[in-house]
Design a protein around this ligand. Structure first.
Ligand code: AHM
Ligand code: MG
Length: 342
């Protein structure tokens, strides 16, 4: 039996809408459709070990049917749940090179959606947590249909941002600009229930999260910072411990709950072409919005991730997100050691 105090995501979203008397309900509908998509993706992810689902796109299963990769399935689920809802004017997905228009037979709405349907999907064969990331902006271009201009807006203008972790349970975390709420999927009734109200990230943490295999490709500032985190202090104590799943949604979710820092720094392997890995629009910006709404900080090492205006849909960026003090501190190392190269 459901506790009478349990708050479903539907009720929570409607309560929020009622606080804004002029609201049309479009955002409510959009969040409903995202929650619905994540329930459907949960269903697919939970079957990931089964023969028909696993394997690369383009392969065939035992019945000689085409096998689709889970990230392709997740992309299709989100697209199909939102193309006809009348709330979006266009979409962008990690899975698709170009902007996704709303088909001409459907009405356009006043929002855009950028999403990573299944982040960390290279881990899926090992049963490691994966996630969906989403970012919503308000349409700014004058015409009826959406354009890239509507998607290429800075992160601070996001109306809604969030993610879903498909882990030991499915958790959806989102912000609509008034704090961060987390909902856990109760599988027996298929409802997301408010399990983490008003999440606040600790001001400083004790965990750092980064792919240490890339150490030699980082800038000096990042190397010095990680050296500092891993070197015992004068009393022989090592204040930080390391955790790296390699699935950003899971790594950021842990960072949000426990504090600390998650980083994907600039890669200097080819010094002429330094590059970040994570994508601004549907990976970095929404995570930055969630972290900052919870009281943390998100930068590219030198500037706020939320201030950056992406120039193309799949632009990449270095990323440092987490507890306010920890992200400030890495910024000080970068300023001190890398400034002359910037
Ligand atoms: P993807 O969008 O292709 O799944 O790549 C993004 C993922 C993130 O989830 C994760 O933080 C990162 O790539 C891991 O990269 P690496 O294996 O280089 O550490
Ligand atoms: Mg991704």
């Amino acid at each position: 039996m459901l506790n009478k105090n349990a708050i479903t995501i539907e009720r929570h979203i409607i309560d929020q809408q009622e606080r804004h008397p002029g609201a049309t309900g479009a955002l409510t509908r959009l969040l409903h459709q995202i929650a619905l998509s994540s329930k459907m993706i949960t269903h697919e992810v939970r079957r990931a070990g089964l023969l028909d689902i696993l394997g690369d796109a383009g392969h065939t299963n035992v019945q000689d049917e085409d096998v689709q990769k889970l990230d392709v399935i997740a992309d299709e689920v989100i697209y199909r749940n939102l193309d006809h809802a009348g709330v979006l004017c266009c979409m962008a997905s990690e899975e698709r090179a170009k902007m996704i228009p709303i088909p001409s037979q459907f009405d356009c709405g006043k929002y855009t959606l950028a999403f990573d349907p299944l982040d960390g999907s290279t881990n899926i064969d090992a049963n490691v947590s994966v996630g969906t990331i989403f970012s919503v902006h308000r349409k700014i271009s004058p015409g009826e249909r959406g354009t890239e201009e509507d998607l290429l807006q800075p992160g601070y203008k996001q109306v809604v941002a969030g993610y879903v972790v498909y882990g030991s349970s499915t958790i959806m975390v989102y912000t609509a600009g008034h704090g961060v709420q987390g909902f856990t999927l109760e599988p027996s009734i298929g409802e997301f229930l408010l399990s983490h109200p008003n999440i606040r990230i600790p001001k400083r943490g004790k965990i750092f999260s980064v792919n240490m295999g890339n150490y030699h490709y980082w800038t000096k500032g990042v190397q010095k910072y990680v050296d500092y985190l891993t070197t015992p202090d004068k009393e022989g104590k090592k204040p930080y411990t390391s955790r790296y799943i390699g699935s950003m949604v899971a790594d950021v979710h842990r960072t949000l709950l426990y504090g600390g820092i998650f980083m994907y720094p600039l890669d200097m392997k080819d010094p002429k072409k330094p590059r970040g890995k994570l994508r601004m629009l549907y990976e970095a910006a929404p995570m930055a919005k969630v972290i900052e709404q919870a009281g943390g900080l998100a930068t590219n090492g030198t500037e706020s991730l939320l201030e950056i205006v992406p120039r193309d849909l799949h632009e990449r960026t270095p990323l440092f997100v987490g507890s306010y003090d920890d992200v400030m501190e890495v910024g000080e190392y970068i300023k001190k050691y890398d400034a002359e190269k910037a």
